[in-house]
Design a protein around this ligand. Structure first.
Ligand code: ADP
Ligand code: MG
Length: 714
């Protein structure tokens, strides 16, 4: 965790940058069609209250405003400068702004790292950095803020007002979303285009928006992060819900995103894990991002998992029931007293169970009574209200009644989402609902999914914040580094199994006893000392997959067996790779059979050391299902990793088998993750494959270990 110092320094200048009291537009123009024209016009048209200074070397006046040749000529203070001049001029402009005391640059200009000119981008940031000036962008659409009446962008107008603030790595998306907010009636306060993130990044914006009084939900569109860990930290610190859409989850999409932003898109599974660890709710697509942002910006999280669906149509009730199960909030029957209460507001043939079907005869008063009854009942944790337009009712009236019932109930800490299924009347009614702070959707599935977001938010917040005490690993790191150092001294980038097991053992991981035999007699002596049966394996930095080279012999029961195995392995290894550097043969205790699992780590380009867990043996081949968590993981997260693998239910002891020692495994995952987090500057990948999992009380044994080092440390 960074200290408070670092936190405030990453926020330095962001107030002036994102909520400037005065603006300069560098490259302001009088020629319609030019970006410099549109941006200045938008700032003025949006009703921006502070002084605006057009900067233009030729014209003394731009769009009726007095213009200046340079920002240095401006008489008053300038908080932020919007820059639209060509990329090659930006370094000089940044320097002038710095000298002027401008605190933030909103660099709309493109032609930087997105087209291979990272050098130019770095130079601009350096020029600004000399004066402590922050840089947003370059290659952005700009910044839009309803509460500041500021459209400092080339997007057409301020978004439909509301409480969602969005940070987007795609500029085009900002423009599109801006317009779409009016069609969808989803209210936004700020739209921040973040572009190449040369200086200010998504984590900075999250931290800043978390303190912004006009934002209640932070919405993110992410293509690729340079420093994913900062986002996890910002997410963990945030007090407001954050919802993220990660683009580029398909292999092809990742390639497109990478070339687009000039940053590498990490593996989808790692992002998914990281979001969960950060307490960030995920959106499946753009529609879903809107839907979830809306609910998270207006409604409190669900405190439990009892969802009640109230409807006037059986069909949509069934659809909602299906959706609820899909999103992990399966409906349960309402308690008897609530059912009795609800039956007062419905005909004989209605249903009070859940979904509660008021039937097509339901008028406003029935909605009123049942909404109130549901919200005030302690069993209900969340309420989805559905309404199908009928000829008996007026949508506007139903909407008004629902709102009144919610207000009259006096309940403020339970979320409500609504769907009105119908035509224009219903659309109008939903607009009214949203103006009253009630998220409303056009189909039941969306209302249920939005409720699921409020549930996921509550759930992952508690997970993410769990601080179970970690084991004291003492001098583990120093011992591990010493082993790595000596391998590097021999010019090796992979540790031998023996060395890797020494590193593992330093972290208290349960590895099989293993020793190196350089000649046959030594192997015999070591085996006798260890006790039969033993396993013999080739030890060579040139043979990473030992069985493939015929380099593993298990279940050796006596001296003859050791001698035979020693010779065969040596012969096989030479045959496999004539010039292989063979350091000897590892003699190790033979572990009893157990359930095979795999632990491993990768060094993700966005998130760094990341822990992997999956089932081993034939199952891993068949299911190809592994799960990731950014390292280190605590005991709670380690257990979640086990739960994530559905097939890992096998460890619970199905069909009369004894349950496995999941507690011990979680402890091993935790320690392993600490190891790869500590050694993140040295270790590129590692695995413990297989790791054998025994019955409860009998623990875990790692029988193979591999550590691949980074090309250079650091
Ligand atoms: P590699 O993965 O390099 O081929 P391993 O060390 O994983 O080599 O050995 C191959 C297989 O031999 C393992 O998957 C495991 O089934 C078995 N094995 C290896 N070492 C032991 C051991 N000490 N005790 C029991 N079985 C072992
Ligand atoms: Mg192996």
């Amino acid at each position: 965790m960074p200290s408070n110092n670092e936190r405030s320094s990453s926020l330095l200048g962001l107030d002036e940058l994102l909520r400037p009291r005065s603006l300069a537009v560098i490259g302001a123009s009088d020629t319609p069609g030019k970006v410099g024209y549109t941006v200045l016009r938008n700032i003025v048209a949006s009703g921006y209250k502070g002084p605006v200074y057009p900067i233009n070397p030729k014209d003394p006046e731009v769009q009726g405003l007095k213009a200046y040749r340079s920002v240095l000529d401006v008489p008053g203070d300038v908080d932020a400068a919007v820059i639209v001049v060509p990329a090659r001029l930006c370094v000089e402009v940044a320097d002038e702004c710095g000298r002027k005391g401008v605190k933030g640059l909103i660099i709309i200009s493109s032609g930087f790292s997105e087209v291979g000119r990272k050098d130019l981008e770095d130079e601009v940031v350096r020029a600004a950095g000399k004066y402590g000036t922050r840089v947003l962008g370059p290659n952005i659409v700009g910044v839009l803020s309803n509460s500041d009446h500021m459209n400092a962008s080339f997007a057409p107008f301020l978004p439909f007002p509301g409480k969602v603030s969005m940070v987007s790595q795609s500029g085009a998306l900002v423009v599109a979303i801006d317009a779409a907010t009016y069609v969808r009636n989803v209210g936004f306060d700020k739209l921040i285009s973040i572009g190449n993130m040369a200086d200010v990044d998504i984590a900075d914006c999250v931290e800043w928006l978390d303190a912004d009084p006009n934002t209640t939900c932070i919405s993110l569109y992410i293509e690729g992060l340079k420093d994913g860990r900062r986002l996890i930290e910002a997410g963990l610190r945030a007090t407001k819900p954050i919802v993220a859409l990660k683009a580029g989850v398909s292999a092809h999409g990742a390639a497109a995103a990478a070339s687009h932003t000039g940053s590498l898109a990490g593996a989808a599974a790692v992002y998914e894990a990281a979001f969960e660890q950060a307490g960030i709710v995920q959106a499946a697509d753009l529609n879903n991002l809107f839907d979830r942002s809306l609910a998270l910006s207006l409604q409190p999280p669900m405190r439990g998992e009892n969802l009640l669906v109230l409807t006037n149509g059986g069909g949509v009730g069934v659809l909602a029931t299906d959706s609820a199960e899909r999103v992990g909030l399966p409906l349960k029957f309402a308690p008897a007293d609530l059912q009795a209460e609800l039956r007062k507001s419905m005909p004989e043939f209605g249903s009070a169970k859940n979904p509660v079907d008021l039937t097509g005869m339901a008028g406003a008063d029935w909605y009123y009574g049942s909404v109130k009854a549901c919200l005030t009942h302690p069993w209900v944790d969340g309420l989805v209200i559905l309404y199908c337009e009928t000829s008996l009712t007026v949508p506007m009236e139903i909407a008004g009644t629902i709102h009144r019932a919610i207000v009259d109930s006096g309940v403020k800490d339970k979320p409500v989402t609504i769907a009105f299924i119908g035509g224009e009347q219903s659309a109008k009614a939903m607009k009214g609902l949203m103006e009253n702070g009630l998220p409303a959707y056009d189909v039941p599935d969306k209302a249920v999914n939005a409720m699921a977001a409020l549930n996921e938010y509550a759930h992952i917040r508690t997970l993410a914040r769990d601080e179970s005490p970690a084991d004291d690993l003492g001098a583990a790191e120093a011992a591990a580094r010493e082993i790595i150092r000596s391998a590097r001294a021999y010019g090796r980038l992979s540790l031998t199994e023996i060395e890797a097991k020494q590193v593992f053992a330093a972290y208290g991981l349960p590895v099989t006893k293993t020793a190196l035999a350089r000649w046959e007699d030594e192997a015999v002596a070591l085996a006798a000392g260890m006790g039969f049966p033993v396993v013999l394996k080739v030890v060579s930095p040139d043979i990473l997959h030992k069985s493939d080279a015929g380099g593993v012999k298990v279940n050796i029961r006596d001296e003859t067996g050791v001698r035979d195995a020693f010779r065969i392995i040596m012969k096989n290894a030479r045959a496999f790779k004539a010039d292989a550097d063979i350091l000897g043969i590892a003699v190790q205790e033979m572990a009893p059979a157990g359930l095979e699992v795999i632990l491993g780590s990768i060094n993700d380009s966005s998130f760094g050391p990341t822990m992997m867990f999956g089932l081993g043996g034939i199952l891993v081949e068949l299911l190809r299902h592994v799960t990731f968590r950014v390292a280190p993981v605590n005991r709670v997260l380690a257990k979640i990793m086990l739960e994530k693998i559905h097939a890992a239910r096998i460890t619970e002891g199905l069909r009369g088998e004894a349950p496995r020692d999941r507690e011990a495994l979680a402890g091993v995952i935790e320690r392993y993750s600490r190891m790869v987090a500590d050694l993140g500057d040295e270790v590129a990948e590692s695995d413990a494959n297989p790791t054998l999992l025994y019955e409860v009380g009998k623990g875990v044994k790692i029988v193979d270990a591999r550590i691949i080092l980074k090309k250079t440390s650091g």
